[in-house]
Design a protein around this ligand. Sequence first.
Ligand code: FMN
Length: 362
Amino acid sequence: MRLGPFTLPNPFFVAPMAGVTDRPFRMLCRRLGAGHAVSEMVTSRRELWSTLKTSRRADHTGEPGPIAVQIAGVEPAEMADAARYNIDRGARIIDINMGCPAKKVCSKWAGSALMRDEPLARAIVEAVVAACAPRGVPVTLKMRTGWSAAGRNALPLARAAEAAGVAMVTVHGRTREMGYGGSAEHETVAAIKAALSIPVVANGDIDTPARALEVMQATGVDAVMIGRAAMARPWVFRDLAHLHAHGRLPPVPATRDVQRWLIEHLHDHHALYGEFTGVRSARKHIGWVVQSLPGGAAFRQRMNTIDDCATQVAALGAFFDELAERYPQLPESPEAPQPQEGAHSEAANEDRTRLESWPAAA
Ligand SMILES: Cc1cc2nc3c(=O)[nH]c(=O)nc-3n(C[C@H](O)[C@H](O)[C@H](O)COP(=O)(O)O)c2cc1C
């Protein structure tokens, strides 16, 4: 599908998730078939750009293009600056975050809180487009259906965004008020798709390849975006592409293939974060994948006691060696882990390396 000057290989996108979709994880999802991957959000506040966290997020070394960076903030001029800053560091698509419900972001009126202030939301979109257009960089927008049930204003905002020059809109089918409760609805995104001529993407509770195709068919959207379901099963994109192309799911992946994917990811992860942080932040990724595999719960416990890269890689390798002996094909098809109410706090995501310890939110 087309996005500004780019042709994306397929309409199956991995969602931006702070503390999850860092460069190594985006590269893993792309290798496993995701057609587009947006970075975790990067703050528009200049004084934070030199922090280790933000500079890691702005590092795209080796990432296949087009590189898409999500920015979050509340000041139009700052957001325009952030767009230019990230373009200078390799971004070829800029995504505006109007979907994040986290308190840390919303209390500063950013993320989905912007949907409550339409004039400010429009001013931000216009300023970012004005910064990006001269550089040939398309701007995309990610939003929820509105602030609250009584304030579902995604349609007028999407229309305004299109008029301002936005190249693609993604809609998570929940209001900000819902957090992650209830179920995502996709009627709003269908209405937006019908009203706009730019590509529109559906997001929210798309947890299987079959569900992805159902939502595409029911809404007519150009693409779907998958978040939480990809955390434990990043090969959902390969399955989805196969289902889309052949009308049936591919065989369950070989255990040896999964082992190879995970070890490659682990090496990339360690290289980005270094030994101390890398070993700890990798635990959550490993935990998500193994939790539903035979012996996975015990292995996860053991993983939390390992604190050097080489031992972590060896332990993961040995776990999959044993598993492959018994099960040449991966022996399960689990549900994706569902973050609790509140899990979107970035600090919480980063401080906690095990899924069950996530607090409520995203
Ligand atoms: C841990 C976590 C972090 C997230 N971080 C972001 C973010 O940085 N930017 C954003 O636009 N959305 C963020 N989201 C929301 C997701 O992009 C997506 O809209 C949401 O999870 C719904 O899709 P899903 O049901 O497929 O997970 C985050 C979600 C989770 C679970």
